[in-house]
Design a protein around this ligand. Structure first.
Ligand code: NAD
Length: 492
C-alpha cells in the first residue's frame, strides 16, 4: 500500500463547526503522528473552552430549530443510509488513514474498522422511523401516552484504538434519535472523525448537527464535559477519565453519561473444547490490533489438564508472529500507538517478571530492522500467572497474554470475576450445561461461547462493573440518546 497519494493532501486542520472549517481561537496545535515511523502527518487545533462553546452553540441552535429532528423521518433514514454508503465507497482511503495514524495494519483497518462503521449507519438508518412511544392503560378517565424524544445536544469523547468505529457507534444512533452533537476524538487519532463529519454533510445532514472539535482531554474534553448546555456525554476510554467525566457532570448540569470503558476479559478453555479453534481464537483475541482492544482476551484461563500444552502451543505461534510495517500485507501486527503506551506495556511486563510469572515468549520491544523508528512490542505470553498479580488485574492494552490455570467450573467463574472489569468473556467447551452455567455466572456485558470477538450492529455491547454503563449498538443504544415523556389527557 503506497501512502504517498494520501499524505500529499495533509494540511493543518481547523475545527468543523456549523458545517464550516473554522479557525480556532487559540494558537496551540497538536501534532498528529504516524506511530509506526515517528513521522508527523499533520496538526490539529487544541480547542479551548471558547471553541467548544461555539461548537455547542451551533449544535444547540440546530437542535432547537429542529433542522434535523423535525425533518421527515423517511428523508432522515435515507441520509443516514447514505453516510454508510460514503464510508463504504471510501473504505481504502479510510483504512489507510486509520493505519497511518494508529499503527494498526492496513488489512486490520480495512476488514476490522471500516465495514462495521458503514454497517452501523445502515443499521440505524431504519430506526429513524421506528422510534416511538406507547399508549398506556391507566386508572381514571385519561388517555396516557409516551413520546420518545431525543436527549438534545450530545458530546462524544472517544479513544484512539478504533477511531472511526467508536465515533460511528455514537453518531449513528444519535442521528437516528434526532440529536445534535459535538465530537471530540482522541488527540492522537482525529483524522477519520473529520472525514465522518464531512460525509454526514455530503449525505445531507444539515449544518450544525455534527460538529468536531479536536484537543486534549483536560482542555477540549473537560470543556465539553462541563458545558452547561450539553445534555449527555457518550464516552469511550479509560476508567480514570470516566471518573473525571462523572465529577464534571456532578459539578455542572448533571448531564447524563454513557461509559464504554476498559476490560480484562477472561477467555476460558475446557479440555473438551475444539482446542485448535480455541487456540486460534485466543491468539487473535489478544494480538489483534496489537492488543489495544477493549475486548482483548487478555486473561486466558485454561483447565489444568491441558494447560501446559495449550499455552505452550500459543506461545510458539506468538514467537513466529510477523511484526512490522503496517502497510506491508505480510505484517500480522503493527506498532503500538505511542511511545508512552509502549513504555506502559513494558512496565507491566517487568511487573509480571518481578511477581514471578513465567515469560514464555516476547517480553521486550522489537527493534529488528528499522522498527526502532516505531513502537513495536513483541507478542508476549506469561504462564503461571495467579489472579492477584498486576498483569492479571490491570488492563495493559498491549500484546501481553496472562495465562492462568483452573480446576473446575466454580474456580473458573471465581477467577473470571476477580477483577474490577466486566466487559466481555468467552467460554470454550462442548458441554452445554457448563457453557450456559458460566454465561450466567460471569459478570460481563458479553459472553461468547466457542467464539471470540463477536460483534454485530444489532447486538448490544457494553460493560458490567467498572467497564462502564449504557450500551452501544442494537435498540439498546437508542435508550441513551432518547428520553421518555409521559402525556396525560383528561377525557372528561
Ligand atoms: P482516555 O480515557 O485516556 O481518553 C479517551 C478520551 O477521553 C480521549 O478523547 C481523551 O482526550 C479524553 N479525555 C482525557 N481526559 C479527559 C478529561 N479530563 N475530560 C474529558 N475528556 C478527557 O483513554 P484512551 O487511552 O484514549 O483509550 C484507552 C481506553 O479506552 C482503554 O481503557 C480501553 O479499554 C478503552 N476503550 C473502551 C472501549 C469500549 O467500547 N468499551 C473501546 C475502545 C477503548
Amino acid at each position: 500500500m503506497d501512502a504517498a497519494w494520501i499524505k500529499k493532501d495533509f494540511k493543518p486542520y481547523q475545527l468543523f463547526i456549523d458545517g464550516k472549517w473554522t479557525a480556532p481561537s487559540g494558537t496551540v496545535s497538536i501534532p498528529v503522528m504516524n506511530p509506526a515511523t515517528g513521522e508527523q502527518l499533520t496538526t490539529v487545533p487544541d480547542a479551548n473552552a471558547e471553541d467548544v462553546d461555539r461548537a455547542v452553540r451551533a449544535a444547540r441552535r440546530a437542535f432547537e430549530i429542529g433542522v434535523w429532528r423535525k425533518m421527515d423521518v423517511s428523508k432522515r433514514e435515507r441520509i443516514i443510509w447514505r453516510i454508510g454508503e460514503l464510508i463504504e465507497k471510501n473504505k481504502e482511503e479510510l483504512a489507510l488513514l486509520e493505519s497511518l495514524n494508529n499503527g494498526k495494519t492496513y488489512g486490520e483497518a480495512l476488514r476490522g474498522d471500516i465495514p462495521p462503521t458503514a454497517d452501523i449507519f445502515y443499521y440505524y438508518a431504519g430506526w429513524a422511523r421506528k422510534i416511538y412511544g406507547e399508549t398506556i392503560p391507566v386508572d381514571g378517565n385519561f388517555l396516557n401516552y409516551t413520546l420518545r424524544e431525543p436527549v438534545g445536544v450530545v458530546g462524544m469523547v472517544t479513544a484512539w484504538n478504533y477511531p472511526m468505529l467508536l465515533a460511528g457507534w455514537k453518531v449513528a444512533p444519535a442521528l437516528a434519535a434526532g440529536c445534535t452533537m459535538v465530537l471530540k476524538p482522541s488527540e492522537m487519532t482525529p483524522l477519520t472523525t473529520f472525514k465522518l463529519a464531512e460525509y454526514c454533510q455530503e449525505a445531507g445532514v444539515p449544518d450544525g448537527v455534527v460538529n468536531v472539535v479536536t484537543g486534549y482531554g483536560p482542555t477540549a474534553g473537560d470543556a465539553l464535559a462541563r458545558h452547561m448546555d450539553v445534555d449527555k456525554i457518550a464516552f469511550t476510554g479509560s476508567v480514570r477519565t470516566a471518573r473525571e467525566l462523572l465529577k464534571a457532570s456532578g459539578e455542572s448540569n448533571l448531564k447524563r453519561l454513557s461509559l464504554e470503558l476498559g476490560g480484562k476479559s477472561p477467555n476460558i478453555v475446557f479440555p473438551d473444547a475444539d482446542l485448535e479453534r480455541a487456540a486460534k481464537s485466543a491468539f487473535w483475541g489478544i494480538y489483534a490490533n496489537k492488543g489495544e482492544v477493549c475486548s482483548a482476551g487478555s486473561r486466558l484461563l485454561v483447565h489444568e489438564d491441558i494447560y501446559d500444552e495449550f499455552v505452550g502451543t500459543l506461545a510458539e505461534r506468538a514467537s513466529k508472529m510477523k511484526i512490522g510495517d503496517p502497510l506491508d500485507p505480510a505484517s500480522e501486527m503493527g506498532s503500538q500507538i505511542s511511545e508512552t503506551q509502549m513504555k506502559r506495556i513494558l512496565t507491566y511486563i517487568d511487573s509480571g517478571r518481578a511477581e514471578g510469572a513465567s515469560l514464555l515468549t516476547g517480553g521486550e520491544r522489537d527493534l529488528e530492522g528499522d522498527k526502532g523508528k516505531g513502537f513495536y512490542v513483541k507478542p508476549t505470553v506469561f504462564a503461571n500467572v495467579t489472579p492477584q498479580m498486576k498483569i492479571a488485574q490491570d488492563e495493559i492494552f498491549g500484546p501481553v497474554l496472562a495465562a492462568l490455570k483452573f480446576r473446575d467450573v466454580e474456580e473458573a467463574a471465581e477467577i473470571a470475576n476477580s477483577t474490577i472489569y466486566g466487559l466481555v468473556s468467552a467460554v470454550w467447551t462442548r458441554d452445554i450445561a457448563t457453557a450456559h452455567r458460566l454465561a450466567q455466572q460471569i459478570k460481563a456485558g458479553s459472553v461468547w461461547i466457542n467464539a471470540y470477538n463477536c460483534f454485530d450492529s444489532s447486538s448490544p455491547f457494553g460493560g458490567y462493573k467498572q467497564s462502564g454503563f449504557g450500551r452501544e449498538m442494537g435498540p439498546h443504544a437508542l435508550e441513551s440518546y432518547t428520553q421518555v415523556k409521559s402525556v396525560w389527557v383528561a377525557l372528561d
